[in-house]
Design a protein around this ligand. Structure first.
Ligand code: ATP
Length: 655
């Protein structure tokens, strides 16, 4: 101690000081303080920001505060009884969170450990927090090492906190009156700062966090390598470990693509949903990538769950019944986890339940209290899609609504935007949509200020988008923008448990407010004869769940009593030809063995469900006849044919 006091006197008198007498960084801080004219013996000024300025600082540091809070709390539990108080400052050394230990009572601490106090080097002289900020490294400043003698009672250690792009965004400091140099405390401090950075990365909006490890299924704790990518595949953040391992300098490499880091990475990040994706660095090292298990914004079992119309109720909602296939249901659960950060792309043939899945995802997401706004890009004329999406000002064009129109994007603010049949969006609009998704801003047609928007995005299509990209009808960059997480709704003929789904659909008929319950509903549950069960499992269902559902509604409505439904209760056009099929075990593998498509309707529905097909004259006639039969009512014709309304519009439009 006396050495240090002598050293201070020498320094004050301007005499030379031996190089190794004091830590180099602390000595440099003393020199800066002296050059700013600070007095080593004076009383420190603790300046407190006024309310408004403080609000601005806290506002600016919301991501840091949110990420830090749980970690500051566990650090407090770990070290506060050992006499350590904790202080979190922003990147200007303004205190933004303080946790006092009851064992550290001092009037100076009372002033310093207040949220809003300016604790920079210029304000209070050398401290661990100012050195940690300037030198961007862990620093200890003990007793008389503080520039200002006023702080000689205290011993502090501080470490910088880096934001997702590796810039210092704050400092975490611990202070005690006890001079013990307990290395364990310092390790905890540094671990805490690393975990805060990792959580900031995980909380980045519109980004998917990815954990890299050298072994498959490794945990995603605070010391894992974590990075985040946006839907276009660009790195939006990485922690220090990941930066070191991958040689990243995010502050410089503003647009670094995930693919460029690895020899074998594909831009199809949705493959990560399978977990443990092996990736090879350019230097030959293999790492395993996975989505951290802790991204549970909501879970299927959480209390917030609301069930969409047409889906099963909570007590029946087991993994195999929701969509009749555990693979789909598992991916749906994963999609629920990432939807707040990534756009979801639903793919599947017509009638596989893309709209049901979109409703389910919205209802089980953090935005469930906001609106779910849908737009079917195939069902409205091309010249109206733009105003439907972006809205317009009053009097924007002839024939426009006098009061203007909000537009789907703005309607969806705070909730979820569901763009159905995105593959049918006209090329010019793809560009405008892409811009709106990039900037998350929209300006209505006919002028008016741009409005910042915040919504979750779900897109759906039955088209093969990669093929459309190749043929030049769909933009590659838009594909990357909407394909944050791909969820494929398998055709019904490929699902594992079609019977479970059929039973679910039957049970739904018993719900009094279901859309189709205007048909006769038997209060007791319906069962299915073994023969009908076999048929349901074997039939290829070209119209998918929609067709199965309509068949069951038909049978349920027209069957005479509450007796089990039989094959004879189904529409005849479905069962024609079935008599020749051999009874087999109830497994989907036989579905493809059931050759006869019993009716022209089935052929048509199957044909319409294919992404690209040529309609022959017979099929066109069938569509037209069906429309005539229902007096031009497209919904009824679509029901009859087992296809969606939009499919009919689209297909006839192509003729
Ligand atoms: N898992 C499910 N549970 C209950 N009903 C379902 C399920 N999946 C689909 N359905 C029903 O099947 C019909 C078709 O579903 P939906 O409209 O979601 O399919 P889609 O894939 O969006 O079809 P399209 O591409 O033709 O618009 C709806 O009546 C829906 O209620």
């Amino acid at each position: 101690m006396s050495n240090l006091i002598d050293l201070r006197r020498h320094f004050q008198e301007g005499r030379s000081v031996a190089d190794n007498a004091l830590d180099r960084h602390i000595f440099q801080s003393w020199q800066r303080c002296a050059s700013m004219g600070l007095d080593m013996m004076g009383k420190a000024d603790y300046n407190l920001l006024d309310g408004r300025a403080l609000d601005r600082v806290l506002d600016r540091n919301t991501p840091l505060l949110q990420a830090a809070e749980p970690h500051v709390q566990w650090l407090q539990q770990a070290i506060s009884r050992a006499g350590w108080s904790i202080l979190l400052t922003d990147s200007q050394n303004i205190a933004i969170r303080s946790v006092r230990s009851s064992q550290l009572q001092d009037v100076r601490i009372d002033s310093a450990f207040k949220v809003g106090t300016l604790l920079s080097e210029a304000a209070i002289g050398t401290s661990a927090m100012s050195c940690a900020l300037t030198d961007q490294r862990f620093t200890r400043v003990y007793g008389f090492e503080h520039y200002n003698e006023y702080h000689r009672q205290f011993h502090c250690a501080a470490t910088p906190i880096f934001d997702p792009r590796g810039k210092v965004c704050g400092v975490l400091d611990i202070t005690s009156a006890n001079p013990d140099r307990n290395e364990g405390v310092f390790l905890l401090l540094q671990q805490c700062a690393r975990q805060i950075q990792t959580d900031m990365i995980r909380q980045l909006p519109d980004s998917l966090p990815i954990v890299l490890s050298s072994t498959p299924n490794a945990g995603s704790g605070g010391d894992a390598m974590v990075l985040a990518v946006n839907p276009a595949g660009y790195i939006t953040g990485a922690n220090r470990l990941a930066c070191q391992m991958l040689g990243l300098q995010l502050q410089d490499d503003r647009r670094l693509h995930f693919e460029h880091l690895f020899d074998n990475a594909s831009a199809d990040l949705s493959r990560l949903q399978q977990g443990n994706l092996p990736l090879r660095l350019h230097n030959g090292i293999t790492l395993f990538a996975q989505i951290p298990a802790t991204i549970h914004s909501t879970t299927i079992n959480s209390a917030r769950i609301r069930h969409p119309p047409g889906s099963v109720q909570a007590d029946k909602q087991t993994a195999s019944t929701l969509f009749g296939d555990t693979r789909i249901n598992e991916n749906l659960t994963k999609a629920c986890r990432v939807i707040t950060r990534l756009p979801i792309l639903l793919q599947g043939e017509s009638g596989t339940g893309k709209e049901v899945a979109a409703t389910y995802l919205h209802n089980n997401s953090a935005a469930a209290d906001g609106p779910l706004v849908s737009l079917n890009c195939a069902a409205i004329p091309e010249n109206l899609i733009e105003s439907e999406l972006f809205g317009y000002q009053p009097g924007a064009f002839t024939g426009a609504n006098k009061r203007g129109q909000l537009g789907k994007l703005r309607e969806a603010n705070g909730g979820t935007l569901f763009l159905d049949e995105i593959g049918d969006m006209p090329a010019a609009l793809q560009t405008r949509l892409l811009r709106a998704l990039e900037t998350r801003e929209v300006a209505p047609l006919g002028g008016g200020p741009a409005q910042a928007l915040n919504f979750q995005l779900i897109c759906a299509t039955h088209q093969n988008l990669p093929q459309q990209i190749e043929s030049g009808t769909f933009r590659l960059d838009l594909y990357y923008r909407i394909n944050g997480f791909k969820l494929t709704l398998l055709p019904l003929r490929e699902r594992q448990n079609v019977l479970a789904l059929a039973n679910t659909l039957l049970a739904d008929l018993r719900q009094p407010n279901q859309q189709d319950s205007r048909l006769i509903v038997h209060p007791a549950g319906r069962s299915l004869t073994p023969e009908l069960q076999r048929f349901i499992v074997q039939f290829p269902w070209p119209g998918n769940v929609r067709q199965l559902k309509h068949a069951l509604i038909y049978a349920d409505a027209l069957a005479e009593s509450a007796a089990p439904l039989t094959l004879a209760d189904l529409p005849e056009e479905l069962t024609t030809g079935y008599a020749h099929a051999q009874p087999t075990e109830l497994t989907n593998q036989y579905a493809t063995e059931y050759q006869p498509l019993g009716s022209p309707t089935q052929h048509l529905a199957h044909s319409l469900s294919q992404p690209e097909h040529s309609l022959n004259g017979e099929n066109i006639r069938l569509i037209e006849e069906t429309l005539r039969m229902y007096d031009g009512n497209v919904s009824k014709a679509a029901n009859h044919l087992g296809v969606a309304r939009s499919t009919i519009y689209r297909k006839l439009g192509k003729v």
